[in-house]
Design a protein around this ligand. Sequence first.
Ligand SMILES: [Zn+2]
Length: 125
Amino acid sequence: MTEPNKVEIICSACGAEALLMREPRYEGFRRIGETLTCSACRHEYPSEEEVPFKAAARPVVFSDADRPAPVRLFQEGEADRLCRHCLHYVVNPFMQWCGVHRKEVEATDTCSRFKRKPDPKPPPP
Ligand SMILES: [Zn+2]
């Protein structure tokens, strides 16, 4: 449940991160609207459109880190099938070696037996 009266704003009058105060405005017994004021400096906004909502100032809710990694199974281009990305590619100080063909390879070779090396595990925190 979200509290409808707790709306965060960045006040255009005082610049503070404050709450929007909503108070119903009556004419006699008839409700004619709301008074929208900054909780910090009591600046009154003439209309909802004038309110500098904090959420509107920062529309990005999810960062890229929250998104799952893109699925890459069959969209791999020839450039992605390089031996250096391959599971069977072994590199040591003397040579680069293909474990399937048991021969020396170049990092930029491509191969029909290409098998993508799993992504390295993220480092422990
Ligand atoms: Zn203010």
